[in-house]
Design a protein around this ligand. Structure first.
Ligand SMILES: Nc1ncnc2c1ncn2[C@@H]1O[C@H](COP(=O)(O)OP(=O)(O)OC[C@H]2O[C@H](OP(=O)(O)O)[C@H](O)[C@@H]2O)[C@@H](O)[C@H]1O
Length: 315
């Protein structure tokens, strides 16, 4: 049975092809085991660029998600449990208008059980530059100390505030959740489509070049383009389809986990990096996942040297 054709599908004639592909559901290629949350730098999957050109600002893509569905479910379920537990205490937080400092939680158990987890007092105050300067420098400094604790504990901090995501300074990375069908047809995605036509063309071309299952759980980072504001856009592929065809909440959470980790690994590898990260309350609109769950998940992730993400929501 065919589902109802939405207006945005009519605007994007290629949509049907993308959807049809999804009937051949095959699982994405996986590279991590169910007991390993994150690959060490030396084991990162090889990435490739979407468009070969002389411009170093080409789109950086990942080749694959990090886990199989089963693996993702197994490894992410405990994280989600923890995230959900944490979310229970924050169910009413979604409507907050003021800036909220969020202390990272030490919910991610790693190989070093005795490792000291960072407290709020020990987490450095992150400037924009500090946000991204550490990966490569730290890599060289820690070549002889692969087990350095820098990237072991959750160290991603969030602040939440009311505002317009598109008001970010130039060269900021704006992150939102996407379907794998090549549509930015509703919610904040529709605003992205209008404001960043060149970015949208790259997103649709990327979706056409791959199957939904190979896109799922990955992130597409699109650098600033000639038209539109000079922002990076981070597309997290958290559901195969959209509207009534969207994935289940649990599947969206699993995909969000992997897509975010993919984004973080790509950021570590970038030569020219965004100057900051702003994110909407991903998954909380059309995808119907309570923001508190996604927020708790983000707080379990790690980034070498620490990372600050501004959550900006118009409501
Ligand atoms: N200017 C602005 N500044 C700041 N925050 C803004 C804003 N405008 C809206 N928001 C908020 O942004 C959050 C996310 O809500 P959204 O419904 O957009 O996204 P989502 O992540 O749940 O779902 C993704 C699918 O939605 C789309 O539409 P389609 O699938 O095509 O139908 C895509 O294509 C995906 O597939 C909500 O908190 C909104 O208040």
């Amino acid at each position: 049975m065919r589902r109802r054709v939405r207006k945005d599908e009519e605007d994007e004639g290629d949509q049907e092809d993308s959807d049809d592909e999804q009937t051949n559901t095959k699982k994405p290629i996986k590279v991590t085991s169910s007991t390993t949350k994150k690959q060490p730098p030396s084991k990162k999957p090889t990435r490739r660029r979407a468009h070969d050109s002389d411009d170093d600002d080409d789109i950086v893509l990942t080749s694959k998600p990090k886990r199989s569905k089963g693996q993702a479910s197994a490894s992410s379920s405990s994280k989600r449990q923890s995230a959900k537990s944490s979310a229970q205490h924050n169910e009413d937080d979604d409507s907050e208008d003021d800036i909220i400092d969020v202390t990272p939680k030490s919910t991610k158990s790693k190989s070093k059980a005795t490792q000291k987890q960072p407290s709020k007092a020990t987490v450095p105050s992150l400037t924009k530059k500090q946000t991204f300067k550490t990966p490569k420098d730290a890599d060289s400094e820690n070549d002889d100390d692969e087990d350095s604790s820098d990237d072991e504990a959750p160290n991603i901090t969030l602040t939440e505030r009311k505002g317009d995501l598109f008001a970010a300074p130039a060269n900021t990375l704006l992150v939102h959740a996407c379907n794998c069908a090549g549509s930015w047809g509703a919610g904040i995605a529709a605003a992205f489509k209008k404001t960043y036509p060149d970015h949208f063309a790259i997103y649709t071309a990327h979706c056409k070049s791959k199957t939904p299952n190979s896109l799922l759980s990955t992130c597409l980072l699109i650098p600033p383009q000639p038209k539109g504001a000079k922002h990076w856009i981070g597309c997290l592929f958290t559901s195969r389809k959209y509207s009534r065809g969207k994935d289940s909440k649990d599947d969206i959470m699993d995909s969000t986990d992997s897509a975010l980790q993919d984004m973080l690994e790509q950021l570590e590898d970038l030569e020219k990096q965004p100057t900051g990260i702003w994110m909407c309350k991903i998954n909380s609109g059309s995808f119907r996942v309570p923001w508190s769950q996604t927020k708790a998940l983000i707080e379990t992730l790690t980034f070498k040297g620490g990372l600050h993400i501004q959550i900006v929501d118009k409501k």
